[in-house]
Design a protein around this ligand. Structure first.
Ligand code: MG
Length: 158
Protein backbone atom coordinates (compact mmCIF):
# COMPACT_ATOMS: atom_id res chain seq x y z
CA UNK A 1 0.00 0.00 0.00
CA UNK A 2 1.19 3.51 -0.75
CA UNK A 3 -0.24 6.80 0.46
CA UNK A 4 -0.30 10.07 -1.48
CA UNK A 5 -1.11 13.67 -0.67
CA UNK A 6 -2.12 16.52 -2.98
CA UNK A 7 -2.87 20.22 -2.55
CA UNK A 8 -4.23 22.63 -5.13
CA UNK A 9 -5.09 26.32 -4.93
CA UNK A 10 -6.68 28.60 -7.49
CA UNK A 11 -7.32 32.31 -7.48
CA UNK A 12 -10.84 33.52 -8.26
CA UNK A 13 -11.52 35.45 -11.42
CA UNK A 14 -14.56 36.78 -13.24
CA UNK A 15 -17.00 33.96 -13.96
CA UNK A 16 -20.16 32.24 -12.89
CA UNK A 17 -19.20 28.74 -11.80
CA UNK A 18 -16.53 26.50 -10.29
CA UNK A 19 -15.66 23.01 -11.49
CA UNK A 20 -15.39 20.81 -8.40
CA UNK A 21 -14.65 17.15 -8.88
CA UNK A 22 -15.95 17.43 -12.44
CA UNK A 23 -19.25 18.90 -11.25
CA UNK A 24 -20.31 22.41 -12.30
CA UNK A 25 -21.15 24.46 -9.20
CA UNK A 26 -22.77 27.90 -9.79
CA UNK A 27 -20.76 30.67 -8.09
CA UNK A 28 -20.46 34.47 -8.09
CA UNK A 29 -16.99 34.02 -9.71
CA UNK A 30 -14.83 31.57 -11.65
CA UNK A 31 -11.15 30.65 -11.30
CA UNK A 32 -8.05 31.87 -13.05
CA UNK A 33 -6.47 28.77 -14.55
CA UNK A 34 -4.75 27.23 -17.54
CA UNK A 35 -7.28 24.38 -17.51
CA UNK A 36 -10.76 24.45 -15.97
CA UNK A 37 -9.18 25.03 -12.54
CA UNK A 38 -10.84 22.08 -10.84
CA UNK A 39 -9.02 22.13 -7.47
CA UNK A 40 -10.48 18.78 -6.37
CA UNK A 41 -9.34 16.90 -9.47
CA UNK A 42 -5.96 18.67 -9.45
CA UNK A 43 -5.35 17.78 -5.80
CA UNK A 44 -6.49 14.23 -6.56
CA UNK A 45 -4.09 13.95 -9.53
CA UNK A 46 -1.22 15.13 -7.34
CA UNK A 47 -2.17 12.71 -4.56
CA UNK A 48 -2.27 9.78 -7.02
CA UNK A 49 1.01 10.79 -8.65
CA UNK A 50 2.54 11.21 -5.20
CA UNK A 51 1.38 7.79 -4.06
CA UNK A 52 2.90 6.19 -7.14
CA UNK A 53 6.11 8.22 -6.86
CA UNK A 54 5.49 9.76 -10.30
CA UNK A 55 6.21 13.42 -9.67
CA UNK A 56 3.59 16.16 -9.78
CA UNK A 57 0.88 17.56 -11.99
CA UNK A 58 3.11 20.43 -13.15
CA UNK A 59 5.62 17.97 -14.64
CA UNK A 60 3.00 15.95 -16.46
CA UNK A 61 0.84 18.86 -17.64
CA UNK A 62 3.07 21.95 -17.97
CA UNK A 63 1.12 25.16 -18.59
CA UNK A 64 3.49 25.87 -21.50
CA UNK A 65 2.14 22.80 -23.29
CA UNK A 66 -0.60 23.76 -25.82
CA UNK A 67 -1.96 20.18 -25.68
CA UNK A 68 -3.27 20.81 -22.16
CA UNK A 69 -4.47 24.38 -22.69
CA UNK A 70 -8.13 24.56 -21.71
CA UNK A 71 -8.10 20.82 -21.05
CA UNK A 72 -10.86 19.46 -18.84
CA UNK A 73 -9.38 18.23 -15.58
CA UNK A 74 -11.18 14.95 -16.16
CA UNK A 75 -8.73 14.41 -19.08
CA UNK A 76 -5.77 15.07 -16.78
CA UNK A 77 -7.17 12.59 -14.27
CA UNK A 78 -7.73 9.99 -16.98
CA UNK A 79 -4.09 10.33 -17.99
CA UNK A 80 -2.90 9.97 -14.38
CA UNK A 81 -5.16 6.92 -13.90
CA UNK A 82 -3.66 5.30 -17.00
CA UNK A 83 -0.14 5.82 -15.57
CA UNK A 84 -1.21 4.06 -12.37
CA UNK A 85 -2.90 1.23 -14.27
CA UNK A 86 0.25 0.66 -16.34
CA UNK A 87 2.11 0.16 -13.09
CA UNK A 88 -0.48 -2.21 -11.69
CA UNK A 89 -1.88 0.08 -9.00
CA UNK A 90 -5.51 0.36 -8.03
CA UNK A 91 -7.10 2.95 -5.74
CA UNK A 92 -8.17 1.84 -2.27
CA UNK A 93 -9.72 5.13 -1.17
CA UNK A 94 -9.69 8.88 -1.65
CA UNK A 95 -10.36 11.60 0.93
CA UNK A 96 -10.79 15.21 -0.20
CA UNK A 97 -11.35 18.45 1.70
CA UNK A 98 -12.25 21.58 -0.23
CA UNK A 99 -11.86 24.95 1.50
CA UNK A 100 -13.89 27.99 0.43
CA UNK A 101 -16.27 30.55 1.90
CA UNK A 102 -18.90 30.63 -0.85
CA UNK A 103 -20.81 29.02 -2.45
CA UNK A 104 -21.93 26.27 -0.09
CA UNK A 105 -20.63 22.97 -1.45
CA UNK A 106 -22.84 20.76 0.76
CA UNK A 107 -25.67 20.41 -1.80
CA UNK A 108 -23.13 19.14 -4.36
CA UNK A 109 -21.04 16.81 -2.20
CA UNK A 110 -22.93 13.62 -3.09
CA UNK A 111 -22.77 14.40 -6.81
CA UNK A 112 -19.05 15.18 -6.62
CA UNK A 113 -18.40 12.00 -4.66
CA UNK A 114 -20.31 9.90 -7.16
CA UNK A 115 -18.64 11.49 -10.17
CA UNK A 116 -15.11 11.16 -8.75
CA UNK A 117 -15.84 7.51 -7.89
CA UNK A 118 -17.10 6.91 -11.42
CA UNK A 119 -14.05 8.58 -12.98
CA UNK A 120 -11.78 6.39 -10.85
CA UNK A 121 -13.83 3.21 -11.39
CA UNK A 122 -14.30 2.71 -7.65
CA UNK A 123 -17.40 2.62 -5.46
CA UNK A 124 -18.85 5.76 -3.86
CA UNK A 125 -17.92 4.53 -0.38
CA UNK A 126 -14.23 4.59 -1.39
CA UNK A 127 -14.50 8.36 -1.94
CA UNK A 128 -14.98 11.03 0.71
CA UNK A 129 -15.67 14.67 -0.14
CA UNK A 130 -15.69 17.19 2.68
CA UNK A 131 -16.05 20.96 2.63
CA UNK A 132 -15.10 23.63 5.12
CA UNK A 133 -14.58 27.39 5.27
CA UNK A 134 -11.50 29.18 6.54
CA UNK A 135 -13.57 31.20 9.05
CA UNK A 136 -12.99 34.40 7.04
CA UNK A 137 -9.20 34.16 7.58
CA UNK A 138 -6.57 34.60 4.90
CA UNK A 139 -7.02 34.58 1.13
CA UNK A 140 -9.82 32.05 1.24
CA UNK A 141 -11.60 34.07 3.92
CA UNK A 142 -11.29 37.19 1.76
CA UNK A 143 -12.89 35.20 -1.08
CA UNK A 144 -9.81 35.55 -3.25
CA UNK A 145 -9.44 31.86 -3.96
CA UNK A 146 -10.13 28.23 -3.22
CA UNK A 147 -8.06 25.27 -2.02
CA UNK A 148 -8.44 21.50 -1.99
CA UNK A 149 -6.49 18.88 -0.07
CA UNK A 150 -6.52 15.22 -1.01
CA UNK A 151 -5.15 12.02 0.49
CA UNK A 152 -5.34 8.70 -1.32
CA UNK A 153 -4.29 5.13 -0.77
CA UNK A 154 -3.24 2.91 -3.66
CA UNK A 155 -2.36 -0.75 -3.71
CA UNK A 156 -0.37 -2.91 -6.08
CA UNK A 157 -2.54 -5.50 -7.83
CA UNK A 158 -1.97 -9.14 -6.93
MG1 MG B 1 -4.66 23.58 -10.29
Amino acid sequence: MRIGFGLDIHRFDVGDHLMLGGVRVPAPFGVKAHSDGDVILHALCDALLGAAGLGDIGEHFPDTEPKWKGAASTQLLEHVLSLLRERGYHIVNIDVTVVLEVPKVTPYKAAIRHYVAELCSITDDAVSVKATTSEMCGFIGRREGIAAYCVCLIQEQG
